[in-house]
Ligand binder design. Structure first.
Ligand code: FES
Length: 161
């Protein structure tokens, strides 16, 4: 359908244009309704959960349910896990207080590999090991169910260095 009908705008051309615009508005309205419905349905779906075990300095094991897709900083905060000074920069990759140590076999399964920025920050963490990661940079995966994650003996805030 042509919107431009020549130099003289005929009545037929005006009607066609109005009809075209009405149909466009209707399609846009339907798209918005569909979008709203999809958002409502996706947020209503229960999140998949896995169990993670945190091994604290004093040997205590704290087991929590973690939402797949959340980062481990959020898991620690949402479950009120008592780790001194944990997550001081709130996940902005500026402190290294969210340092955690994974088992070798688990470490290799983490799909998000550490960025250069994370590695730089890890260099400032206390008790660094080959399988260390920053909790704010690791996202919970389905295959993490049952993982044991070690909390380092002490926390170093890179901002104090
Ligand atoms: S919370 Fe600060 S680096 Fe992760």
């Amino acid at each position: 359908m042509a919107l431009f009908c020549g130099r003289t705008i005929s009545r037929l051309c005006v009607k066609s244009t109005q009809s075209y615009l009405r149909r466009g508005a209707l399609i846009q309205q339907q798209n918005q309704q569909l979008h709203r419905r999809l958002i409502t349905q996706s947020t209503a779906l229960p999140k998949e959960k896995v169990t993670l075990h945190f091994l604290n300095v004093n040997g205590e094991k704290v087991s929590v349910n973690a939402n797949v897709g959340d980062n481990i900083l959020d898991v620690v905060i949402d479950n009120d896990i008592d780790i001194d000074g944990y997550g001081a920069c709130e996940g902005t990759l500026a402190c290294s207080t969210c340092h955690l140590i994974f088992k070798k076999e688990d470490y290799n399964q983490i799909s998000d590999k550490p960025s250069d920025e994370e590695l730089d920050m890890l260099d400032l963490a206390y008790g660094l090991e080959d399988t260390s990661r920053l909790g704010c940079q690791v996202y919970v995966q389905k295959d993490m169910d049952g993982w044991e994650i070690k909390v380092p003996d002490a926390v170093a805030d890179a901002r104090d260095v």
